[in-house]
Design a protein. Structure first.
Length: 146
């Protein structure tokens, strides 16, 4: 059998799920870990249009926040905090020991710091002299998370 590497700029969801399933099988076989589970919370208006939201996944005892966005017309009114608090409440319910999020220097570093996240890594050298920050927040200090 021959194999070839193929680039796909818009991969199909079912193809991406195959990767996740393979990783889940390996994590279960090697460490007995449960699969990573996605989550999302949304802010919707009266027309059910999304005006903000947070999504990511919970896996291996961690909350991973992938995206947080609030429409400009709603910013500064506490919606971002509400979304993060909802995600963190879910994480605590699922017994997560910590949370991780990343943000650019043009985005929400101070916002995450106010929520108790601390910078774990700063990556420099991105386009236009930008920086990217990887942050974490421990929920259980006495349990080893490394």
């Amino acid at each position: 059998m021959n194999y070839k590497l193929v680039y796909e700029s818009l991969p199909q969801k079912k193809d991406m799920e195959i990767l996740g399933q393979g990783i889940a099988r390996n994590a279960k076989a090697k460490r007995g870990l449960d699969p990573v589970v996605p989550f999302a919370f949304f802010i919707r208006d009266d027309n059910h249009e999304i005006k903000g939201g947070v999504n990511g996944n919970i896996g291996y005892g961690w909350l991973y926040v992938d995206q947080l966005w609030v429409d400009e017309s709603l910013r500064g009114q506490g919606y971002g905090t509400q979304l993060m608090k909802a995600a963190e409440a879910l994480a605590l319910k699922k017994l997560c020991v910590a949370a991780a999020v990343n943000t650019g220097d043009w985005e929400a570093l101070d916002f995450y710091k106010k929520l108790g996240f601390r910078v774990e890594l700063e990556r420099r050298g991105l386009e236009k002299n930008s920086k990217f920050y990887f942050l974490r927040k421990n929920y259980i200090e006495d349990k080893k998370t490394e």
